[in-house]
Every structure is written in structure tokens, then in C-alpha cells.
Write a protein that binds this ligand. Sequence first.
Ligand SMILES: NC(=O)C1=CN([C@@H]2O[C@H](COP(=O)(O)OP(=O)(O)OC[C@H]3O[C@@H](n4cnc5c(N)ncnc54)[C@H](OP(=O)(O)O)[C@@H]3O)[C@@H](O)[C@H]2O)C=CC1
Ligand SMILES: C[C@H]1O[C@H](OP(=O)(O)OP(=O)(O)OC[C@H]2O[C@@H](n3cnc4c(=O)[nH]c(N)nc43)[C@H](O)[C@@H]2O)[C@@H](O)[C@@H](O)C1=O
Length: 309
Amino acid sequence: MPLDARIFVAGHRGLVGSAIVRALERQGYRNVLTRTRAELDLRSEPDVDDFFSSERPEYVYLAAAKVGGIWANNTYPVDFIQENLEIELNVIRAAHEHGVKKLLFLGSSCIYPRLAPQPIKEEYLLTGPLEPTNQPYAIAKIAGIELVNSYRRQYGAHFISAMPTNLYGPGDNFDLETSHVLAALLRKTHEAKVNGSPTVQVWGTGNPRREFLHVDDLAEASLFLLDHYDDAVPINVGIGEDISIRELAELIKNVVGYQGDLVFDPRKPDGMPRKLLDVNRIRALGWSARIPLRTGIEQTYEWFVQNMA
Ligand SMILES: NC(=O)C1=CN([C@@H]2O[C@H](COP(=O)(O)OP(=O)(O)OC[C@H]3O[C@@H](n4cnc5c(N)ncnc54)[C@H](OP(=O)(O)O)[C@@H]3O)[C@@H](O)[C@H]2O)C=CC1
Ligand SMILES: C[C@H]1O[C@H](OP(=O)(O)OP(=O)(O)OC[C@H]2O[C@@H](n3cnc4c(=O)[nH]c(N)nc43)[C@H](O)[C@@H]2O)[C@@H](O)[C@@H](O)C1=O
């Protein structure tokens, strides 16, 4: 992408979108287009069309979506399937109709079968049943991949899809109901330390395993893929290692400096037993994650204390 290219980052105030804007600015891009949801609701087809027609973006990062952790996904299935389908249909269609040169659609590792062999290769998509707690969201994301590939096949569009693993970092959602595990445990553990509480509640058994990628790594990967990838296969983006939720909770205790105990609540869902991406495809292109988990958690905790606590 030339440095004066007109680049639309959809979802620029979110965890991922804000990191992509930071990465673009670091690399010297000076024409980054953004709109808040209040300024442009991406669920509205005519408004999306007007925006593309007046602003004429040349490149698009589609990082706007209805996003949430296991509880939110399980509790608001209509919102997760409907809003995501609407956003994908409007933005991807408008990008094609208004001549966007390249678009990156962000999916999620939850598109893969619940019991997929580990680490999960891109070709395992649609080879088995999905995890029920996030099936509506996963199906919306799979529809997004198919839409991207249909535009590639029917019109030769240079649209691509990336599948990030679980993300964390500055700007994450720290709401205890709707957040993902890492942000939730950072906040709970910090509050337990400050309030002198003897225990921290951890949902589920602690046995599920997850892979955590720092959002600044994902942002670098997103820029890299726009320049170096043009294929129908939705490419995995991860760090290549996973840990159990119990190990994550212990690591967070250590970073926060909390001396109390962890209490597991098996009445809460575990979700997918394991979700570790095979990242050989993106590594072969020349990109690897750089931020180690402990360093990333320390930096995110510092951000949380300065901005949210
Ligand atoms: N977080 C994670 O662990 C993972 C995320 N991903 C993917 O990355 C992408 C971004 O996720 P993340 O940054 O975490 O999500 P966030 O919830 O942090 O941000 C989502 C962004 O989308 C915007 N948005 C949502 N609905 C609309 C709408 N109707 N119109 C306009 N803007 C809208 C929000 O705008 P506003 O701020 O104005 O509300 C917000 O800026 C998603 O596609 C997600 O699937 C993939 C794997 C893991
Ligand atoms: C990114 C991904 O995010 C979601 O899938 P998930 O990986 O299951 O998400 P999660 O981060 O919410 O939980 C991971 C694990 O952690 C446990 N856990 C413990 N204690 C807390 C806790 O306090 N909060 C949360 N949220 N989880 C907790 C929790 O019970 C589960 O076993 C999907 O919605 C999916 O759509 C998606 O794409």
C-alpha cells in the first residue's frame, strides 16, 4: 500500500481496530479513514454505501463486529449472528461495488470444529460440528469467509480473510460479563488484591486450553497480510503455543502480585476444550508473533491500571 493510500479501518475504537490504526500510523500511513458507530452504523446498507461513495477508500480492514466472551456469545445469540452478518454483507458488498483494491476480513479461531485435531490447520474448516456456546457467531464468521471467497471467484476481487486466535492487549473490553477471559481475570485479580479479597472466581474447570496473541502482533500481521497474501484460504494468526485457563489464572496472579486463592466454578461453561492454531502458513510467508505472553500481560496490566482501574 502506498503511504498516501485511503485506508478505511472499520471498528477503529475496538481492541483490534485501534491497534491497526496505531500500526498504520507507526508505518507512516497518513490517510486513515475512521467512523464511530454513532457516525456510521455499518448495519445500515444505504449509510455504508454513501460512505464508500463519498470517501472512496482504496483499502479496507474489516475489524468492526459484535464481539464478546463465552457468556455474551451464549446469552445473546441473535445479536451475534445478525449484527455480524449485516456488517459483513454491507461492507464487503460496498467494497466491491466501489472498487476497493484490497480488503482484509477478520474472523476468529472459533470457526473451527469443537473437536478439531490440534494444532488447527486452515483446512479443518467445515469438517465437524461447532462449539455450541459460540455457534451463531462462528456461522456468521464462516459466512463472511464464504462471501469474501465468492467475490474472489465471481469478480476476481483481492479480498482475504484472517483467523486470529484469542486476543488481548491495551483497549480490551474489561466488562466482567461480556469480556474474554484474559481481561476478565486481570480485572478480577486486581480488584481482589486492592480490596483484600481472599479469593478470585474463575469460570469453568480451568482445564480448557487457549492460545493468546497480543493485539499489536495481530495488527502487524494484518498490515503484513494486506501486502503479502492474496489467497482464498482464511489464514491463521496466532503465537503457536497454548496454556490452560488454570495456568493463565496463576500467571495473572503472579503479574498482579495477588496472594489469595483461585476458586473454579464448574457451573460456568468451559467452551471449546482446546483451541491452538497451526501457524505454519503465515510463518512460511515470513511473519511470526513477537510479544511473549508474560510481557504482553504485564504491559496490558499496566495499561489497565493507568486507564481503567
Ligand atoms: N477480541 C478477540 O479475542 C478476538 C477478536 N477477533 C475479531 O477481531 C475483530 C475485532 O474484534 P475486537 O476489536 O476484539 O472487538 P471490539 O468489540 O473491541 O471492537 C469492535 C468494534 O466494532 C465496532 N462496531 C460494532 N458494531 C458496529 C456497527 N454496527 N457499526 C459500526 N461499528 C461497529 C465497534 O464500534 P464502537 O466502539 O463505536 O461500539 C468497535 O469499535 C472482530 O471481527 C473479531 O471477530 C478474532 C479473534 C479474537
Ligand atoms: C475469541 C473467542 O472468545 C470466545 O470463546 P472462548 O475462547 O471460550 O472465550 P472466553 O475468553 O470468554 O473464555 C475462555 C475460557 O476461559 C474461561 N473463563 C474463566 N474465567 C472467565 C471469566 O471471568 N470470563 C470469561 N469470559 N471467561 C472465563 C471460560 O469459561 C472459557 O473456558 C467466543 O465467544 C468466541 O466467539 C471467540 O471467538
